[in-house]
Design a protein around this ligand. Structure first.
Ligand code: NAD
Length: 508
């Protein structure tokens, strides 16, 4: 390598692994650049951990589990209390790192951290969430109680689009329940998760209780099949989620996989027009459409179809630029590959006969000629047979379909295989109630465009968007990260007589 290139390579920091409480330099020969998607500046290099490093991470988690599971629940909660304080202290720094490596706007990056922080806050009260059940006198002198115990080493595999929130969906609740954890964040933006891991160490998470490794398929497959791993949480694409679910469950692990989506929002003609269209456009184009809960299909009912020009005008008004610029509404797509893919899907939409109402291709962003930008794009007349309807685009592309009635809108949504989120915009309580009751989607917003539940509930995407019964955070994840044990106990009264031998199963 030429001397000047070597100097540049050396100036770029290497992302570390966190193993047994130590930040470790990987010995791998396989590295990937972490790139600012607005500028193409190489921010860091991320290692693809070696088999020995993956083994070291799992075995340090297995060793740490022996003592961490015995740490009193109050002590575990106090670590989370400290962690939430540290995340709050560093929220601006976290958001800045996130914007640089992921591309979303600074305000949205802060939201990404904040929605994760809320899960940490909830973890601070795990004592009341993890309580068991007790029923006395189920038979003479017999009581039954159920407790929830941690399960061991848990693994988290996370996507690029929420590098703070989604790791925080996972490791705080796993750890506070008494488990130890190995996190494998997205190799596209691993720096924010590493900042969070450093805060966890600063907060007092003991060595081995949280480990972070980097890599791609090899790392994921190794973790999903490792004999010491008990549970795998995955958030990412449908294709990879299916693979992870099958692999982990075939190897005897619990698995929960939150996957791709195609989220529809119904707009009824009685909706509060400006509020609803603002919400539709914000949820369609915010984060450049790279949210699993983005609205990607607007279902316009009856006269609401007259509002297409307003939707286009609102889309056009959004400012597309680097996420650190003042007034930015949406930033770039994560990579050149994602950019090319979204452009090709728009092309397919045009070819297959959808009406391109607003074309975000070829957008020029002053000061950022190399960014992976696509502007807000709107198609109308979209049909279910079209590629832009069938595929999750994961870009700032809003597909509009027209129907005549609410019944038709509900049937249309229920025919789609995904079930992550949906919404309805209306001023009619009766219409909203009918929608909430009949729509077969796990998370429903009523005049709320992105109905991601707060952490006292759980994330409840359904059907094609999820594998496994239990979702992230809230009570469901406590169940996922713990094993129920039921105890049936009889204490003999010293004075009681034994009576005859019982040979039946019934409790007397
Ligand atoms: P992805 O599936 O490409 O990557 C997710 C994780 O899997 C990463 O850590 C990656 O390193 C790993 N991975 C990638 N290819 C793999 C392979 N062949 N084998 C094993 N592991 C592999 O997803 P992404 O592009 O990072 O994220 C976007 C996707 O995530 C979208 O489909 C989005 O809808 C989905 N998502 C879903 C939710 C949800 O809650 N349902 C939330 C966020 C994102």
């Amino acid at each position: 390598m030429a001397a000047h290139l070597q100097a540049v390579a050396q100036a770029v920091p290497n992302v570390k692994l966190l193993i047994n409480g130590q930040l470790v330099d990987s010995k791998t020969t396989e590295w990937k650049d972490v790139v600012n998607p607005a500028t193409q500046q190489v921010l860091a290099r991320v290692p693809f951990a070696t088999p020995e490093e993956l083994e070291a991470a799992v075995s340090s988690a297995a060793v740490a589990y022996r003592t961490w599971k015995n740490t009193p629940v109050g002590a575990r909660m106090r670590v989370m209390l400290k962690l939430q304080e540290l995340i709050r202290r560093d929220i601006k720094k976290l958001a800045e790192c996130l914007t640089h490596e992921q591309g979303k706007t600074l305000a949205d990056a802060e939201g990404d951290v904040f929605r994760g922080l809320e899960v940490v806050e909830h973890a601070c009260s795990v004592g009341s969430i993890q309580m068991g059940e007790h029923l006395e006198q189920v038979a003479n002198g017999v009581d039954v109680y159920a407790i929830r115990q941690p399960i061991g080493v848990c693994v988290g595999i996370t996507p690029f689009n929420f590098p703070a929130m989604i790791p925080l969906w996972m490791f705080p609740m796993a750890i506070v329940c008494g488990n130890t954890f190995v996190l494998k964040p997205s190799e596209q933006d691993p720096m924010t998760p590493m900042l969070l891991a450093a805060l966890a160490v600063e907060a007092g998470v003991p060595p081995g209780v949280l480990n972070v490794v980097h890599g791609g398929k090899t790392a994921v497959d190794t973790l999903c099949t490792h004999a010491d791993v008990r549970a795998v949480s995955f958030v990412g694409s449908t294709h990879v989620g299916n693979h992870v679910y099958k692999l982990a469950s075939t190897h005897g692990k619990r698995a929960q996989c939150m996957m791709g989506a195609k989220n529809h929002a119904v707009v009824l003609p009685d909706a509060s027009k400006d509020q609803s269209l603002n919400a539709l456009v914000g949820a369609g184009f915010g984060a450049a459409g790279q949210r699993c809960m983005a609205i990607s299909v607007g279902v316009l009912v009856g006269k609401a179809n007259d509002w297409i020009p307003d939707i286009v005008a609102k889309g056009k008004s959004l400012k597309v630029t680097c996420g650190t610029e003042a007034g930015a509404d949406l930033g770039p797509l994560i990579s050149k590959a994602a950019h090319a893919r979204v452009l090709s899907l728009i092309e397919a939409g045009v070819k297959e006969g959808a009406k391109l109402e607003l074309d975000g291709r070829g957008i020029r962003v002053p000061g950022y000629p190399d960014g992976n930008f696509v502007g807000p794009t709107v198609f109308s007349g979209v049909k279910t047979s079209m590629t832009i309807y069938k595929e999750e685009i994961f870009g700032p592309v809003l597909c509009l379909v027209s129907v005549d009635t609410l019944d038709e809108a509900i049937a249309f949504i229920n025919a789609n295989p995904f079930g992550n989120g949906t919404g309805i915009f209306t001023q009619s309580g009766a219409a909203a109630r009918k929608f909430q009751y009949e729509v077969d989607v796990g998370q429903v917003g009523i005049n709320v465009p992105i109905p991601v539940p707060v952490p006292y509930f759980s994330f409840t995407g359904s059907r094609g968007s999820k594998l496994g019964d239990l979702g992230p955070y809230g009570k469901q994840v406590m169940q996922f990260y713990t094993q129920a044990k039921t105890i049936t106990a009889r204490w003999f009264d010293d004075a009681a007589t034994a009576g005859p031998v019982h040979t039946t199963i019934s409790l007397k």
